[in-house]
Design a protein around this ligand. Structure first.
Ligand code: T4K
Length: 367
């Protein structure tokens, strides 16, 4: 039987992509804000209904440079229940991550615990719309306004979503999106920062291009984080198919829900009201006290049948060895509970519905 991995990149047809990249052999313009880069930027602005977009070579650099552009200092309140990139982006900017616990309902930052972590050194909150589950954006903005903090959303998983009728890209000061191959929407590697304040445009453009601001002037020490034309071409092709891909993901999601929702000891995330979801991930929490198997058993059981679920996001980022100085934070009970029990099941547009049933049969011990 064919291996089933946790996800599988969405791709246009071979012919479609080849047709798209053909003109590059005429222009010989391969990167540095080329025609496709600029077209991709404007199409994304339209798709995301946002005033400004800056593209990057990947989501990580987008987040790292968004933090730099906002000039954050001191401490940043964030979640440990995420991919390690979120924490790296903070630390690589010389800032201290202050970890806040998460909600047991949707695994996003627990807004009731943020205020208790604010000190005179706090400059921002960096929450994560983890799995595309939207954070409590209104409460976060209220806290940010009260204390004069910036908000950058790690929206790596949330591309294409709307919440309360508003594009997910329009919350906070900035939002970072990842277009990595494993995401709902990809440009092979790639990322974007969306923001409403046009003043940041030039800054972000310079930051992704070595800090160069004119032919003879470099204003800041910065990396190369530009998106190239092959990435942008893939993004443009995939954008054409996005709605179809999300519709197929919804079918997969609905099938999992039909099979697993309501089973004692299995916790699934319920769709939030007013969220137009992108069906990015299928995270399941297994409570070993109520379900006959714990998370690790299920992981192994699936693996023995060539089905590779993933423990996204275990361990918590404060527990990995490079952050051992933050390991002992007793206030992360919910995050620890979830990280120890969660398993991301295979989820992608082309996953066969019969395979979803097979995965559920294995989990539920149905022979
Ligand atoms: N913030 C958050 C919250 C994030 O989740 C991420 C990235 C970032 C920031 C940073 O964004 P980027 O800089 O990556 O744009 C994967 C991805 O590499 C990473 O992008 C993603 N989050 C993370 C959650 O997952 P791994 O180490 O689990 O990837 P890997 O290579 O094990 O791939 C997982 C599965 O995906 C494979 O089993 C099969 C499938 N796959 C993978 C690749 C590389 C494909 O179908 N095609 C492919 O090309 O990190």
């Amino acid at each position: 039987m064919q291996k089933i991995l946790v996800t599988r990149s969405s791709m246009p047809s071979y012919e479609e992509y080849i047709e798209k990249i053909k003109p590059l052999w005429d222009s010989h313009w391969l990167t540095n804000m080329g025609v496709y880069h600029n077209e991709f930027e404007s199409k994304l602005m339209k798709k995301m209904s946002t005033k400004n977009i800056s593209l990057f070579t990947n989501g990580h650099m987008a987040l790292e440079l968004a933090i730099k552009a906002l000039g954050l200092t001191g401490e940043v309140i964030t979640t440990p229940f995420t991919f390690v990139s979120t924490t790296h982006a903070i630390v690589r900017n010389g800032l201290k991550p202050v970890f806040c616990d998460i909600s047991l309902e949707d695994y996003t930052i627990d807004v009731t615990k943020i205020e208790g972590l604010i000190t005179e050194r706090t400059s921002a909150i960096i929450p994560v719309h983890v799995y595309g589950h939207v954070c409590d954006v209104d409460a976060i903005q209220e806290i940010a306004d009260k204390y004069g903090l910036k908000v950058i959303y790690d929206a790596a998983h949330a591309f294409g979503e709307t919440y309360n009728g508003k594009s997910i890209a329009n919350y906070g000061d900035m939002s970072m999106f990842s277009f990595h191959a494993t995401k709902v929407f990809n440009s092979i590697e790639g990322g974007a920062v969306a923001y409403n304040n046009h003043d940041y445009k030039t800054k972000l453009e310079n930051l992704k291009n070595f800090g160069i601001c004119s032919e003879e002037e470099v204003e800041v020490v910065a990396p190369n984080a530009k998106m190239n034309e092959f990435q942008a071409a893939m993004g443009l092709c995939n954008l054409e198919h996005l709605d179809g891909e999300i519709a197929k993901r919804k079918k997969v999601f609905d099938t999992y829900m039909e099979r697993l929702d309501g089973v004692k000891g299995i916790q699934l995330w319920k769709l939030k009201e007013n969220l137009e979801y992108n069906y990015a991930y299928l995270p399941v929490v297994f409570n070993e006290k109520e379900f006959p198997h714990n998370r690790n058993d299920i992981y192994e059981k699936l693996k023995s049948r060539e089905i590779y679920a993933r423990k996204y996001f275990y361990p918590l980022t404060n527990k990995v060895s490079c952050y051992k100085e933050y390991a002992e934070n007793t206030e992360l009970k919910n995050a620890e509970y979830v990280a120890d029990r969660i398993l991301a099941l295979p989820m992608y547009a082309d996953l066969e519905i019969e395979d979803v049933h097979r995965i559920c049969d294995i989990i539920l011990d149905i022979k």
